[in-house]
Design a binder for this molecule. Structure first.
Ligand code: LLP
Length: 432
């Protein structure tokens, strides 16, 4: 569920008109719905209520402080992947004690910081990392809580750039080696074996790969519980969302049709996984990112020009691949809708940004109601891996972010000033 709707022909985020927000704050503009974030979180929380569980929001998907605070206030923890992210948790008013710290490349400084802040657990990805954490914890006279990431070698059947759970990937430690690693880790003085972790990939739209992975890993978790007294199993993130919903007729909308689709709902996820997990008697951690934030955000952009070349119809908009890179990077689909509904007939359109690369294309030959210069369009499902992957390529400032809650709205990140893009740069001293 989400809370973007047409009301009398105008797109609204909850109780606030998208057009009015864009008038006030300009474009490109990210808009997030607090109610959608809350509903998504609560829906998953309720579905998993038979389990003792903790939802650690994968903040890599959206680390805006306003978004994070919304989730922290619901009792959520955070899945972090850098010292910077742990600092952000603190800045957002979140609790480091509900944070896991993942990633294959943790630096010494990051480990020191995480230990000092008392995070819930390190998700360890290799034996050298385990030794490093043990050594640093020893120096700080601390005991580091650790879960080792098991690579279950299960194909998540998702995009090749975001699949993580097979032996072709850099993540985790091979299933067959895990028992030996725990036995060695148990001898390390400054390590406490707290859990076992896995994550097989992102944007999974079927429950089967999750079930396959849990079935494979559950007996291992049970053994580790008996042998090493671990307290939790983390089953990672990866619940997929609906991006695609042809707007071919100009009638069907994302929200009217999506409930009919065979999507991976939290209820289906829980129905399959709870019976597999419950007998373990372990606390269950989850690391969803996209499921919570994906459909909670849109990117609004203004049409600067329309251009016909040969057979093609281009809408050149003021957002570009630097603002939302997913279409360029993964050829991913974001539905694009007019902010003001029109009776214009759909026309095969390439919506493109102004950057000097052909990859700077949001959609190709997609039938969308004909747009004109000055019109606003919204790119949907942009709340996850949108702003966080944005950059300043072509010296384009980072866009504004707004959080809506009911009839209230607030700028939760100001548009970057152009000169701040090169703040911190300098010419060399010899360049007079
Ligand atoms: N846990 C771990 C260990 C992960 O690596 C990830 C995502 C998550 C949790 C959260 O996954 P989610 O629930 O959001 O699927 N930039 C890409 C997605 C990269 C995902 C990386 N890891 C995209 O735009 O599709």
């Amino acid at each position: 569920m989400h809370h973007f709707r047409y009301v009398r022909g105008r797109l609204y985020c909850e109780g606030v008109s998208v057009e009015s927000l864009t008038k006030q704050h300009g474009s490109p503009l990210y808009i997030y719905s607090a109610k959608t974030l809350t509903d998504n979180f609560n829906r998953l929380h309720t579905a998993l209520s038979p389990l003792n569980h903790l939802i650690c929001f994968a903040m890599k998907s959206n680390s805006n402080l306003g978004v994070m605070r919304t989730l922290a206030d619901l009792g959520g923890g955070f899945d972090t992947v850098s010292g910077g992210e742990i600092q952000r948790v603190i800045a957002a008013g979140g609790n480091p004690r509900k944070c896991v710290f993942a990633g294959v490349g943790k630096t010494e400084d990051e480990i020191v910081f995480a230990l000092r802040k008392g995070i819930y657990c390190f998700n360890v990805e290799s034996e050298p990392e385990l030794e490093r954490i043990n050594r640093i914890a020893g120096k700080l006279k601390k005991i580091a809580p650790v879960a080792i990431r098991v690579n279950p070698n299960v194909d998540a059947k998702t995009h090749k750039k975001i699949t993580t759970g097979t032996y072709d990937n850099k993540f985790g430690i091979a299933f067959e080696k895990i028992a030996g690693v725990y036995a060695r880790a148990a001898k390390l003085k400054h390590i406490r074996l707290r859990g076992l972790q896995m994550h097989i990939g992102s944007q999974l739209t079927q429950v089967k790969p999750f079930a396959d992975a849990v079935r494979k890993v559950a007996p291992l978790a049970a053994k580790l519980k008996t042998k090493h007294n671990i307290e939790f199993l983390s089953i990672g993130g990866g619940i997929g969302i609906i991006y695609e919903d042809a707007l071919a007729s100009g009638q069907a909308t994302w929200w009217e049709r999506k409930e009919n689709r065979d999507l991976l709902t939290p209820e289906k996820y829980a129905e399959t996984l709870v019976p597999l997990l419950q007998p373990l008697g372990l606390k269950v951690l989850l690391e969803p990112g996209r499921f919570i934030s994906g459909n909670a955000g849109i990117l609004v952009s203004r049409v600067e020009y329309v251009k016909r070349t040969g057979k093609k119809y281009f809408a050149i908009v003021d957002a570009a691949m630097n603002d939302l890179i997913r279409p360029a990077f993964y050829e991913s689909f974001h539905e694009i809708v007019p902010v003001k509904q029109t009776k214009n007939r759909p026309i095969a359109t390439d919506v493109v940004g102004g950057i000097c690369e052909t990859g700077d294309t949001f959609c190709k030959d997609r039938p969308i109601p004909r747009v004109e210069e000055g019109d606003l369009v919204a790119m949907l499902s942009a709340g996850a891996y949108g702003f966080v992957m944005a950059g300043t390529y072509n010296t384009r400032p980072m866009p504004t972010e707004v959080l809506v809650n009911g009839k209230k709205s607030a700028v939760v990140r100001k548009r970057q000033k152009v000169k701040d893009i090169w703040a911190g740069e300098a010419t060399a001293p010899w360049q007079k």
